[in-house]
Design a protein around this ligand. Structure first.
Ligand SMILES: Cc1cn([C@H]2C[C@H](O)[C@@H](COP(=O)(O)OP(=O)(O)O[C@H]3O[C@H](C)C(=O)[C@H](O)[C@H]3O)O2)c(=O)[nH]c1=O
Length: 188
């Protein structure tokens, strides 16, 4: 697999090796040993999958310590732009974000360490999104920042009028009001 560094240390793009032939393609979508060797010593414990129609924006979500989550995200079908926002108080890249287009064709994956808010917007008519987490779901530790937070000023690559949100995602706090990560926490 090919590892591509991003502007935020620790957030990396992974390009798995894809074997194409006249039948289609094969790839190892994940290897724990290779991930630990080439990315970081994260052990994943939960796989998630969501399906979204065009315009669906899920985010910006995270879980607080001690239930914070690293995520390894990918798109199996369709096209999204995926966002990882550094919300670790004291981080030199606090408030900065990485945006990566993930599609069922480019097979790209994005690793998002603990201490980041995560979200994506759906650009295709349908997108199947799969991701690994290194901590179990803990609704009592869920946190979020508003997708349209003026401080982050994220360009979601889609007309605002096309954005489809869950009721929950319509009412998240601004960055300044959100419960953020104490950067001193050992994040993984
Ligand atoms: C996240 C999660 C949710 N659920 C249940 C709770 C709700 O009844 C239902 C839908 O949950 P929610 O609306 O929070 O799903 P998303 O809006 O896709 O949330 C996710 O969106 C962004 C992109 C993330 O990175 C997080 O993993 C997660 O917050 O699934 C579970 O049972 N287990 C889980 O791990």
């Amino acid at each position: 697999m090919n590892i591509i560094q991003t502007d935020i240390p620790g957030v990396v793009i992974i390009e798995p090796r894809v074997f194409g032939d006249e039948r289609g393609y094969f790839m190892e979508s994940f290897s724990q040993a290779q991930f630990e060797r080439e990315v970081c010593p994260t052990v994943f414990v939960q796989d998630n999958e969501s399906c979204s129609r065009y315009g669906v924006l899920r985010g910006l979500h995270y879980q607080l310590p001690p239930r914070s989550q690293s995520k390894l995200v990918r798109v199996v079908e369709g096209r999204v732009v995926d966002f990882a926002v550094d919300i670790r108080v004291g981080s030199p890249t606090f408030g900065r974000y990485v945006a990566v287009e993930l599609t069922g064709e480019n097979h790209r994956q994005l690793f998002i360490p603990r201490g980041f808010a995560h979200g994506f917007v759906t650009l295709s008519q349908r997108a199947v999104f799969q991701y690994k987490c290194d901590e179990y779901y803990a609704p009592d530790h869920e946190g979020a920042v508003a997708w349209n937070d003026p401080t982050l000023a994220i360009d979601w690559r889609i007309p605002t009028g096309d954005v489809v949100l869950s009721e929950k995602d319509r009412h998240h706090p601004r960055l300044e009001a959100a419960r953020l990560f104490d950067y001193g926490e050992k994040l993984y």
